[in-house]
Design a protein around this ligand. Structure first.
Ligand code: NAD
Length: 341
């Protein structure tokens, strides 16, 4: 029996990436849709062969408690709604998969984790890159295993950039421009991939950050930051140097330099295109992994965690760590001082 997922929010990511990729999983199925737009919800339900009884509005969502087809509620709404909808889904007795960034503040994240614990249900954050075979191969090259160093030797420097143009003509970027809906700017939206990437590639937690804001555009509709440059220091002595920007053409790069080589993921966090180059001493190889579907792998992890009654690989605590770090990065950019974590 496949685990049933209800999608809350039928925006770009839900409709273009998640709904179609549920069909590529081993153990998941689309079981319900939740939307503020009845016409759109009806159209999506018909396209995926869902009965009318599995179509919910935001107002009548709470009756999903009585829908046995739904095991997991997947929240794909603007960031400011992640906490409220996670709490509603737990109150309805469902497990929750919630998109990144987890929520606006560490306190919101802690409340979400506590709600899951009270309900006795699983909470996972949608960190697809941690299920991507290319990123997993990069982790191996950086961290090695069984007490041996990875191919690049001891990792010392991470350089990572994520950028794209924030386009106010596009619906999905309109809420991203507003602090009250997006909670943060480029860092929250895409810089989070550099924060999370540095952490999973090095396998350790940063202890200090310095940061500054990059120059902004003169668009009054944009009330979030449009660019940040920041550094993170790790206990091993490794450092990460990162940028996020809403004012450069798309880039999604993570690069790790070690004592004996380097790993380049460029793009690192694209949906379908990844390039991984591993250089070790005088040997260089390009890694090709066929059929690397990070969406299906992520969705199947949630389904397996539910089935096996265990914590998923990227639980609420993982989302909280990034929100704490991003809060520290913003504080460092505001004050111009290093912030300890
Ligand atoms: P989107 O604007 O395309 O979709 C958001 C949905 O929320 C829309 O259907 C919209 O109608 C609905 N919504 C409900 N109330 C709203 C309100 N008050 N204002 C605006 N929209 C409202 O955005 P998206 O790109 O699909 O992003 C949704 C979430 O998914 C965000 O949290 C984002 O960070 C995350 N996301 C993750 C990835 C990833 O790769 N993991 C990629 C894209 C988006």
């Amino acid at each position: 029996e496949r685990i049933g997922f209800a999608l809350v929010g039928l925006g770009a990511y839900a409709l273009n990436q998640i709904a179609p990729n549920l069909a590529n999983t081993r153990g998941c199925k689309l079981a319900a849709v939740v939307s503020g737009n009845a016409e759109k919800a009806g159209r999506v339900a018909a396209a995926y062969g869902l009965g009318k009884e599995h179509v919910y509005s935001y107002d009548d969502f709470d009756r999903i408690a009585d829908d046995p087809a739904v095991d997991v509620v997947y929240i794909i709404l603007p960031n400011a709604f992640h906490r409220e909808w996670t709490e509603r889904a737990f109150a309805a007795g469902k497990h929750v998969l919630c998109e990144k960034p987890m929520a606006g503040t560490p306190a919101d994240c802690e409340a979400m984790i506590a709600a899951g614990e009270r309900a006795g249900k699983k909470l996972m954050i949608g960190y697809r890159a941690q299920f991507d075979p290319y990123n997993l191969e990069a982790i191996k090259a950086v961290r090695g295993g069984d007490g041996t160093d990875g191919e690049i030797g001891v990792p010392r420097i991470v350089v990572s950039d994520h950028g794209r143009i924030l386009d106010l003509a596009v619906t999905r970027d309109q809420w991203r421009a507003k602090k009250e809906l997006a909670c943060g700017g480029s860092l929250y939206d895409i810089g989070i991939y550099s924060v999370n990437g540095a952490r999973y590639l090095l396998g350790e937690e940063p202890t200090e950050t310095t940061a500054r804001y990059l120059p902004r555009s003169d668009r009054p509709q944009v009330t979030v930051e449009e660019g940040v440059e920041w550094q993170m220091t790790f206990p091993s002595g490794a450092v990460a140097s990162c940028t996020s920007s809403y004012r450069v053409a798309g880039n999604k790069r993570i690069h790790v330099q070690g004592a004996e080589g380097e790993v380049t993921l460029d793009p690192a966090t694209d949906y379908y295109i990844r390039n991984l180059k591993i250089q070790s001493g005088d040997k260089t190889r390009d890694v090709e992994i066929p059929q690397a579907n990070q969406f299906a792998a992520m969705l199947d992890e949630m389904a397996t965690a539910v089935r096996e009654n265990r914590d998923p690989k990227t639980p609420g605590a993982e989302g909280l760590r990034d929100v704490r770090i991003m809060t520290a990065i913003y504080k460092a950019a505001e004050t111009g001082e290093a912030v300890k974590m």
